[in-house]
Write a protein that binds this ligand. Structure first.
Ligand code: SF4
Ligand code: SF4
Length: 457
């Protein structure tokens, strides 16, 4: 028997599951593909985060507390290679790719300006740029810089070797003469798959690319997240002015799209954006329209119709026209920003992970959960799933799933091996897992109105 649980995915779901395990005295081993943990919420997990300790009413762990936790082991730039054995006694193999920067890195930032390679920063939804040597956030876990070896000029086939970063690093923290990857073996009692879901550029039609202020919901989320490229304000990418009017186009009103739009609109209202509209492609019953509109906060309207055109105007605003369902008109309206709902789908390489973990996928490509009464169980005993790996989930749902998956996983380890006084980052061990607070009133009203509209369509 072992005292350890393996958690694949270091985003909010994985870290919440890790904290649940750690709070009982178990050892949580977190495997994350990215160079840092935290996923979409990494910026909110920093001490300096302007969003405080919670997002949408859900408590967010702090990276510093995770770093201090003795019984949470984190592998970044890593993949699960194999799982052998049975529940209670799995042997797992983890492949860790080289970072090329050691923990001697003092974050002095001398290397970044001299690096000639510029790439869109995927941690900022591509809204800012990074170098080949970089740190995604000012505060991250791990802290030290990382080299994106795929784009570094020092990588074969390359005939112009570059050592600009090593030449300016006074702390001797950069080393290219290291193994490209290392294998680690661990014994674990159970596995939690918590890779989250992915947002795609599926929304990149409807005028995307014709104007910098036509953005996807994923990009708007980044703008609204501090420390994001605009400090958490919905500044327009074109000129960093604050928008007076914003249109959301929700052409695929899934529960996740509704939740995202409602959550972002609540924050835009708090930032004094005076005119916000939603254009949805579902037609409610005519007798419901007035009632639905009454439920909305002032300044927010819902239009129902088929989008016809999104076009940049000479004065830098954006013209949107749509075929209104309730009339034969095609209204034209002007907005400062347009937000397109992002398509969501299974995380990159979830199918590979499913193969390695020997679990089945559902028809939609997420991890299948065949037992409807235990939605965190997969087709393989001892392997559980949490959060967006089983389908798009809200933050509150993710927190509940992660806690349930961790509780199920903990049943496979030997209680006698647990640490007595466990370090419990971001959670009071004496208290049961607190259910997430309800979302704010404004967000809840918007969501209620949209769901009522979908029901009445
Ligand atoms: S120059 Fe060296 S110590 Fe400074 S940030 Fe870069 S890698 Fe770290
Ligand atoms: S060696 Fe690579 S990371 Fe360093 S400066 Fe050159 S391109 Fe950038």
């Amino acid at each position: 028997m072992t005292d350890s649980i393996l958690i694949v995915g270091g985003g909010f779901a994985g870290l919440t599951a890790a904290i649940e395990c750690a709070s009982t005295g178990a050892r949580a081993i977190v495997v994350e593909r990215d160079a840092v943990v935290g996923g979409r919420l990494a910026a909110a997990m920093t001490q300096e985060s302007s969003v405080g300790d919670s997002v949408d009413g859900v408590t967010i762990p702090k990276l510093s507390a995770l770093a201090d936790a003795e019984n949470i082991e984190i592998f970044t730039l890593s993949n699960l290679q194999s799982i052998d054995g049975r529940p209670g006694n799995f042997s797992v193999e983890i492949r860790e790719r080289a970072r090329f920067v050691t923990d001697a890195c003092t974050l002095c930032n001398h290397c970044r300006p001299v690096c000639p390679v510029v790439r869109p920063n995927e941690h900022d939804a591509g809204l800012s740029y990074r170098k080949a040597i970089y740190t995604p956030l000012a505060e991250s876990l791990p802290q030290e810089f990382v080299i994106d070896i795929e784009s570094c000029l020092n990588t074969p086939p390359n005939y112009l070797p570059c050592n600009r970063c090593t030449e300016v690093c006074d702390d001797d923290a950069i080393h290219f003469d290291v193994a490209l990857d290392q294998l680690h073996q661990r014994q674990v009692g159970a596995v939690v798959l918590a890779t989250g879901f992915a947002t795609f550029d599926g929304a990149r039609h409807h005028g995307y690319g014709t104007h910098p202020d036509v953005v996807t919901a994923a990009e708007m989320e980044r703008l609204l997240t501090a420390p994001g490229p605009t400090g958490g304000f919905a500044a327009k990418p074109s000129n960093e002015d604050y928008p007076n009017s914003v249109l959301y186009i929700v052409d695929d009103p899934t529960p996740f799209a509704v939740y995202t739009a409602a959550s972002q609109i609540e924050r835009l209202i708090a930032q004094d954006v005076s005119r916000i509209a939603l254009l949805v492609t579902n037609q409610p019953r005519n007798d419901m329209r007035a009632a639905l509109q009454q439920q909305l906060p002032s300044g927010l309207t819902i239009n129902y119709g088929i989008l016809k055109k999104v076009e940049a105007r000479a004065d830098d605003s954006i013209t949107v026209s749509y075929a209104d369902f309730s009339s034969s008109r095609i209204p034209e309206e002007q907005y400062d920003m347009v937000v397109l709902n992002s398509a969501v789908g299974p995380a990159r390489s979830l199918d590979e992970l499913a193969q390695v973990a020997d679990v089945e996928l559902s028809e939609t490509g997420y991890i299948a959960t065949p037992d409807a009464t235990n939605p965190h169980t997969t087709s393989r005993p001892g392997v559980y799933v949490a959060g967006g790996a089983e389908g798009p989930t809200t933050l509150a749902e993710t927190a509940v799933h992660a806690q349930a998956a961790a509780a199920a996983a903990l049943a496979h380890i030997d209680e006698r091996l647990l640490i007595g006084d466990a370090v419990v980052p971001g959670r009071d061990a004496a208290a049961p897992a607190a259910p997430p607070d309800s979302a704010s009133d404004v967000q809840a009203r918007i969501e209620r109105a949209l769901y009522a509209m979908l029901d009445s369509a």
